[in-house]
Design a binder for this molecule. Sequence first.
Ligand SMILES: *[C@@H]1O[C@H](CO)[C@@H](O)[C@H](O)[C@H]1NC(C)=O
Ligand SMILES: *[C@@H]1O[C@H](CO)[C@@H](O)[C@H](O)[C@H]1NC(C)=O
Ligand SMILES: *[C@@H]1O[C@H](CO)[C@@H](O)[C@H](O)[C@H]1NC(C)=O
Ligand SMILES: *[C@@H]1O[C@H](CO)[C@@H](O)[C@H](O)[C@H]1NC(C)=O
Length: 232
Amino acid sequence: MFSPFLLFACLSVAHAVSITDIQGPAFRSPLEGQVVEGVIGIVTAKGPSGFWIQGNRTSDIRVSNGLNVFTESTTIINSVSVGDQVSVTGTVNEFRTKGSGDLFGTELEPTNASSVVVLSSGHSVAPLILGVERSPPTQSISALDVGPDGFLSVPNNQTQVEVVNATLQPSEFGIDFWESLEGQLVTVRSPTVTDFESKFGEFWVYGKWPVTGLNSRGGLTMTFGATDLFFY
Ligand SMILES: *[C@@H]1O[C@H](CO)[C@@H](O)[C@H](O)[C@H]1NC(C)=O
Ligand SMILES: *[C@@H]1O[C@H](CO)[C@@H](O)[C@H](O)[C@H]1NC(C)=O
Ligand SMILES: *[C@@H]1O[C@H](CO)[C@@H](O)[C@H](O)[C@H]1NC(C)=O
Ligand SMILES: *[C@@H]1O[C@H](CO)[C@@H](O)[C@H](O)[C@H]1NC(C)=O
C-alpha cells in the first residue's frame, strides 16, 4: 500500500536533476540560468577555481556526464576530496572569458558553502579511454564550416557555434566531439605534443587514434577541402 509520504518520496527522486540533464545534447545547457538542487556526482579532480564531478553515463554519446563546479571559495574547495560522492545545489551557468571567442563552459555554481555536501568517500571513476572507447572525427571542425575557407569564413570572423547552439554530432565534427566530453575524466594514451605551452601551462596533444594531416615534424597540418562542404 502506498502512503502519501512514499508517493512524495518517489516523485522527488524522479525529479532530481542529474549531470546529464544539465549537460544535455547541445552546446548550451537546457537548464542555463536555473537553480538546481542536490546534483549528485563523484569528485574526479580539483583546481584553484572549483572541482569536477561525474555521474552515471547514459547511452547517448552526445551527452556528457561530467561537470565543472565553479567556486573560488577555499572553504568549499577544501571540503571535498577526489573520490567523494557529493551533492551540490547551485545555479547552472555558461561561462567564457568576456570578449573571447571561446566555447562556453557549462558550470554549476554552488549557492553557498552549505550547498556542497559530502555524502560518502573513497569512490573511483573509470576514465574514458580516448582512442579505444571513442576517437575524434578527423575531417570537419563544425557544421558551420561553410565557404572556401571553412571555419575562417564565419561572419566577421566570429564563430556562431554558441549562437546556433546545435544539437551535437560528435561522430561528424571535431568541436562537437570534444563538447560531448565536457567535464569528463578521460585518458589519452601515448600523447604526442604538437606545440609549446600557453601562459596557462596548457598545450595541445593528440593520442593513439587515427589522425589526418600528419606532417614530417610530427604535427598535424590543417587543410581546407571539399569535405567541409560535403559534411554540412
Ligand atoms: C541550447 O540547446 C538546448 C538543447 O536543445 C536548449 O534546451 C537550450 O535552451 C538552448 N539554449 C540556447 C541559449 O539557445
Ligand atoms: C548511478 O548508478 C548506480 C547503479 O545503478 C546507482 O546506485 C547510483 O545511485 C547512480 N548515481 C547517480 C548519481 O545517479
Ligand atoms: C545556502 O543554500 C541553501 C541551498 O543549497 C539554502 O537552503 C540555505 O538557506 C542557504 N544558506 C544561507 C546562509 O544563505
Ligand atoms: C577576418 O580575419 C582575416 C585575417 O585576419 C582578415 O583579413 C579579414 O579582414 C577578417 N574579416 C572580417 C570580416 O573581419
